[in-house]
Design a protein around this ligand. Structure first.
Ligand SMILES: [Zn+2]
Ligand SMILES: [Zn+2]
Length: 107
């Protein structure tokens, strides 16, 4: 194993990734959530390169999305009453909950 074959952790679940081989083609798959590289490659390094190139790009995009959502949530609180149950406040609470779950998964 050379350092160029080192695979980054899965951007979705942080799981460990492995190179798979079949009929002289290679791809990379996360053992935990099953996400795979899009293309089949003729060499291991090529498959590793695609995985490593796409993995951080995706998690960066998700991180930016989470930050943007957090900023929006901070700026938009529908009502002053924390226990209000109007539909806007319900949606606000739901979005905050989903956001917290996504942030937890990203760690
Ligand atoms: Zn995964
Ligand atoms: Zn309300």
């Amino acid at each position: 194993m050379t350092s160029e074959l080192k695979l980054l952790p899965c951007p979705f679940c942080g799981g460990e990734a492995y190179t798979r081989a079949y009929n002289d083609t290679f791809w990379v798959r996360c053992e935990r959530c099953g996400v795979e590289t899009q293309d089949l490659h003729l060499t291991r390094p090529q498959a590793a390169e695609e995985w490593n190139r796409r993995a951080p790009a995706r998690s960066d995009a998700v991180a930016r999305l989470v930050e943007a959502c957090k900023a929006t949530l901070r700026a938009w609180r529908p009502c002053d009453d924390m226990r209000c149950e109007c539909s806007s406040c319900e949606q606000y609470a739901e979005l905050a909950e989903i956001l917290a779950a996504v942030e937890k998964e990203m760690q």
